[in-house]
Design a protein around this ligand. Structure first.
Ligand code: ADP
Length: 403
């Protein structure tokens, strides 16, 4: 079965085409600047050179049409005909309390995703446009949705409720949902496979550290707590997001600086975190480079970033009354030797003993970076959210065909 995975944003659409017989990627690419002038399609067929096309793409329906043209192109395509695609899987950021696993798209599911627009105003409307665009271009192909929040629906109420008037939870569903669930789920499964241990027996902390960053306490394979909250702003310090801060700062700053709600929201989401503290960049590579060249603000940003992550690891080890596996993943987690060293240093009391040589190895597969004698196994696990979306989509469609 060939499965197309789509991640639709408001002005972009990323895609990956899988052959599920061997889970190989036949082609991938992205459409950028949808609705703006000079939209760009970048198409990367497996084993063939990349193709770039600039044209006018005013909406997601046209974007999917262009993707279909690329995928079936005689020279750089990967298919003879679009009807070879038997299923499409979408990434959806917010599944609220309605979805604790991936589902096939139905009228009811679409209605529920619309009801959740309020909780993810930047993301869910864009995902809906992607779903509708596929429906228009490929009306007979079943679609599935995979939610970033679903994996965390196993959290107990002690983890997901906020200590504010409960009427706010009842009326507006204000609670912790957590994000990056597909990644936390994927890497925890990979880690258990690598260790050859049943996941049910493990106490694990997974750190997904990219531009956005979150960590999760995973007890027996189930999410027990996670650092992102009702929105992806809470928790760790990130590239441009503040993460945790005293909520009283918000009204105080609004008052002192005469900021509107939108302005303060934008300040915390786009102009804070590593970018604000370093004054250089939100990109870990640039900040680390500046730190090594002696920039004091870059060092402060790096130290705060790693200190805050370290605190979460300690907190989650306490929350689970133990820890046996610590996992690093995503852009920074998989690549930054310096971050992993700074985080693991000085928490030997938890049983974490980093092997500096292994930490410096640059490989693309699952690898152990703790010393053989370390009680807690520290692993680097490359994440692959698209593959998990393809797998869930494949399984749901296969099941619906046999039932
Ligand atoms: P996103 O959250 O957008 O998916 P990624 O997971 O791709 O982000 O992570 C992007 C981050 O990874 C950037 O801050 C980038 O600097 C960092 N990164 C990528 N490669 C390296 C590297 N070799 N060393 C340190 N950081 C890296």
């Amino acid at each position: 079965m060939k499965v197309l995975v789509i991640n639709a944003g408001s002005s972009s659409l990323k895609y990956q085409l899988y052959d599920m017989r061997d889970e190989s990627v036949l082609a991938s690419g992205r459409v950028e600047r949808i609705g703006m002038d000079s939209s760009i399609v970048t198409h990367e067929p497996a084993d063939k050179p990349e193709v770039r096309q600039v044209s006018e793409i005013l909406d997601h329906v046209t974007a999917v049409k262009r993707v279909a043209e690329m995928l079936t192109h005689p020279e750089h395509g990967a298919l003879t005909h679009m009807n070879e695609i038997e299923a499409v899987g979408h990434r959806v950021v917010h599944g609220g309390e309605a979805f604790s696993s991936s589902v096939l798209v139905t009228q009811e599911v679409k209605l529920e995703i619309r009801r959740l627009f309020d909780l993810a105003p930047l993301h869910n409307p864009a995902h809906m446009m992607g779903i509708t665009a596929v429906e228009t271009n490929m009306p007979d192909v079943p679609q599935a949705v995979v939610f970033d929040t679903a994996f965390h629906q196993t959290m107990p109420n002690t983890s997901y409720l906020y200590p504010i008037p409960t009427v706010l939870y009842r009326r507006h569903k204000i609670r912790r949902y957590g994000f990056h669930g597909t990644s936390h789920s994927y890497v925890s499964g990979q880690a258990a496979d690598y260790l050859e241990k049943p996941i049910e027996s493990l106490k694990m902390i997974t750190c997904h550290i990219g531009n956005g960053a979150s960590c999760a306490a995973i007890l027996g394979g189930k999410s027990f707590d996670t650092s992102m909250g009702m929105t992806p702003l809470e928790g760790l310090m990130m590239g441009t997001r503040s993460g945790d801060l005293d909520p009283a700062i918000v009204p105080f700053v609004m008052n002192k600086e005469e900021l509107t709600l939108n302005e303060v929201n934008s300040m915390l989401n786009k102009h804070s975190g590593m970018l604000a503290v370093s004054g250089i960049s939100s990109d870990m590579r640039e900040v680390t480079e500046a730190m090594h060249e002696g920039d004091k603000n870059a060092k402060l940003a790096f130290d705060m970033y790693t200190y805050r992550l370290k605190k979460y690891i300690g907190a989650y080890a306490a929350a689970m009354n133990g820890l046996d596996t610590l996992v690093f993943t995503a852009g920074v987690g998989e690549n930054s030797v310096a971050l992993r060293k700074a985080v693991c240093e000085g928490i030997t009391f938890l049983g974490i003993d980093l092997d500096e040589e292994r930490n410096e190895e640059r490989r693309k597969d699952v690898r152990e970076i703790s010393k053989i004698s370390s009680r807690v196994k520290v692993l680097v696990v490359p994440t692959n959210e698209e593959l998990l979306i393809a797998r869930d989509t494949y399984n749901l469609v296969k099941k619906s065909k046999t039932s």
